[in-house]
Design a protein around this ligand. Structure first.
Ligand code: BDP
Length: 688
């Protein structure tokens, strides 16, 4: 009888759940209460704030809320002060952020306390890797929302609507800037036609407090200006950039600045002319300075000649510490190599003491299963941000070394490589939206916990208020117990699961070539740059596995401040999650669990697969709480994720087993794929 009752309830709830394509993100409209707003000033941003209040007020019906621009010393950047019926800030953007916070708290049922809420970073920016032809590098959610191939310069009302929705979503989590094009920049982005489109985008984003930025190709003076050189010290080159930047500001007066990938992966840069990164960055910084613009100069550099790619950014940039202008920020990826599922933090954080440094995270899941795998990235970013660099004593976390708490920085910033495209749900996977949300929330408050972010996002994105009203408090309780708790746990476990089935124990860069989806530890075609092939990173042989970065090896450990350098250098004290990042060890090396290294690897891969299987069960069970469109989409993705996790496990274990020559522990499930077939399929694909 009880069972029948709950089945009936489930059916009742399900029928009330309207199909959701996910386009509304975490900003799902719900019926609001009437509200009176008192606001003495009038600006486009304040109008947005007032509209949002009217649209989403869930407080007392007929309440009066006051929006006041003050001059409060305790407020930093666009921070705000909140109470149940007042928002104070030093500027209109702060008011807007305060309004979003107020509405979020009303919706999630959090307390509204009257404390100062300042952002951790001044600039909280997305990097779109969007190309002028509409394609998106490492994008898995459809084409660019900004650019397209056909009728490239026509702006439709549909474009404008989408850009406005985009701006609103970003503002609601505090993101205040966006780089509109790929770091592998097409030079034509600086041509008038494109700049006019940038102007329209900027106009739509502006009321939402968002500035636009562009990525530029360092050789633009030669390519576009037909100059003989792009040498940053050449007077004609300097004049060309000055004129170009003047032109940009005449079109977009509040333009934010430039992002530059130079002397990196084949991109031109100052080194082509015998100049340094500082020469290049400073030349652009000087041209931007009169307008208040900044240069975000990337430290993602490596050449095939270096013995250890992990060391290179540090080697190139440390000697330049203190030589950059105060409107240059060095943009550093979280790890020293790339955006791998797990890396130790980049040793540049905290080490560059006289230069502004900003973290770059990848929201798009290039190495984490694209838009197919459910991987909540907040735990990964939290791990990086809360890593202690020890550069200024204990507690010198990456967060504190970059947010201005420890070093005097003229500008502070944090960037996330966007996962946004034209897909109806913006991000490809419904749960990938949580990563966009999480990036914004962490950029605003670098100390937020992943758990809080996941909970907020789930409440905003999946709580069904029409059912809540009919189902009353019972619905609330069962939603919390049977949906929120298990799904939140799934999100929180999902990154570690991906590490387990992809790259456990510090393994890295063993993904399949080019598209970076699935395993490829064997991939090393003749003549290929060694540092683009997985064997360079895993170094597996009959002797053992792992990259020796100890003092006896590449000595990458030396780039870390003590006590980390010694800790990483010794396999007994090196955290096991980084073991094979720093050490080459024999297959029978004894792990803390008492198992051999080989067995541990097998157990970790297996655990990853089992975790995804448990995510499938978790999701199937919450069906009554989710509309069928989103339910089915996530269910299907989890099936593909599970197949891919099994492929990772089978491929890596069977491949490494050729060297370990040890059996896969018999307690574990046997592989279901054959290595030769996996490799054959993979080489067919990489040859395409
Ligand atoms: C790598 C990506 C490549 C990017 C590069 C970068 O595979 O597409 O251009 O990072 O960040 O991970 O510049």
């Amino acid at each position: 009888m009880k069972h029948l009752f709950s089945v009936c309830c489930s059916l009742f709830i399900t029928t009330l759940l309207f199909a959701q394509d996910g386009h509304e993100l975490w900003l799902r409209s719900s019926k609001s209460q009437p509200v009176n707003i008192v606001c003495s000033k009038k600006t486009p941003t304040l109008s947005v704030a007032m509209d949002e209040l009217r649209r989403g007020w869930q407080g007392k019906s007929g309440a009066t809320i006051t929006l006041t621009i003050t001059k409060e010393k305790a407020l930093k950047y666009d921070g705000f002060k909140l109470s149940e019926n007042a928002v104070q800030a030093n500027n209109d953007k702060g008011i807007l952020y305060g309004v979003y916070e107020l509405l979020r708290r009303q919706q999630t049922g959090e307390n509204i306390t009257s404390e100062v809420n300042n952002p951790s970073y001044e600039t909280r920016i997305l990097n779109h890797w969007d190309n002028p032809d509409g394609s998106v590098e490492r994008g898995y959610a459809g084409h660019s929302i900004f650019w397209r191939k056909d009728e490239a310069f026509t702006v439709t009302s549909q474009d404008k609507k989408l850009w406005q929705e985009y701006a609103r979503a970003n503002a609601s989590v505090g993101i205040n800037g966006t780089v509109l094009n790929n770091v592998n920049a097409a030079p034509q982005i600086l041509n008038a036609d494109y700049l006019n489109r940038v102007k329209v985008i900027a106009e739509i984003l502006r009321p939402y407090g968002m500035k636009v930025y562009l990525s530029v190709k360092f050789s633009s003076p030669a390519l576009l200006g037909k100059l003989k050189t792009s040498d940053p010290l050449d007077p004609e080159v300097i004049a060309w950039w000055k004129a170009k930047i003047k032109e940009i500001y005449s079109i977009v007066p509040d333009f934010g600045g430039l992002l530059v990938k130079a002397s990196s992966e084949g991109q031109p840069g100052p080194q082509d002319f015998g100049r340094t990164h500082a020469d290049g960055a400073n030349m652009l910084a000087d041209a931007l300075k009169p307008y208040g613009g900044i240069v975000m100069w990337r430290a993602f550099v490596y050449s095939p000649n270096d013995k250890d790619r992990a060391k290179q950014a540090y080697n190139e940039f440390m000697p330049l510490d203190g030589q950059f202008r105060d409107n240059v920020i060095i943009q550093v990826k979280n790890g020293p190599i790339d955006f791998q599922p797990r890396e130790p933090f980049s040793p540049l954080f905290g080490a560059m003491k006289n230069t502004s440094v900003m973290p770059e995270f990848q929201i798009t899941q290039e190495y984490l299963g694209h838009a197919t795998h459910l991987v909540f990235l907040a735990p990964m970013w939290e791990e990086c941000l809360q890593s202690d660099t020890y550069q200024k004593g204990e507690g010198s976390t990456v967060a504190r070394c970059t947010d201005g708490s420890i070093y005097q920085q003229n500008h502070t910033a944090i960037a996330g490589v966007a996962n946004i495209g034209l897909d109806a749900n913006w991000c490809g996977h419904h749960f990938a939206q949580a990563n966009w949300y999480a990036f914004g929330r962490l950029a605003w408050n670098v100390n937020l916990k992943s758990e809080q972010i996941a909970e907020e996002w789930l409440r905003l994105t999946f709580y069904n208020d029409s059912s809540a009203r009919t189902g009353s408090s019972d619905y609330n309780a069962s939603w919390t117990n049977d949906f929120l708790k298990p799904v939140k746990q799934m999100m929180l476990d999902s990154r570690e699961a991906a590490v387990n089935y992809m790259t456990p124990l510090g393994l890295h860069h063993i993904m399949s070539a080019n598209e970076h989806y699935g395993p490829g530890p064997w991939w090393a075609p003749k003549g290929m740059r060694a540092d683009w092939t997985p064997p360079y990173y895993h170094q597996a042989s009959v002797i053992g596995i792992g990259f020796d970065r100890t003092t006896k090896g590449s000595d990458a450990v030396e780039q870390y401040h003590q006590p980390l350098a010694s800790q990483f250098n010794d396999p007994a004290t090196c955290p096991e999650k980084f073991l094979l990042w720093f050490h080459h060890l024999p297959w029978n090396y004894t792990m803390k669990s008492g198992r051999t290294l080989w067995d541990e690897l097998c157990y970790d891969y297996d655990k990853g697969v089992q975790q995804v299987r448990s995510f499938q069960k978790t999701w199937d069970k919450v069906q009554p709480y989710v509309d069928s469109t989103r339910f089915t989409a996530v269910q299907r993705s989890l099936r593909s994720q599970c197949q891919n996790a099994i492929l990772w496990k089978d491929a890596c274990l069977l491949y490494f087993q050729q060297f370990s020559r040890m059996p896969i522990p018999y307690a574990l499930e046997r592989p279901v794929n054959n290595l030769d077939e996996i490799i054959k399929n993979d080489s067919r694909r990489t040859a395409e």
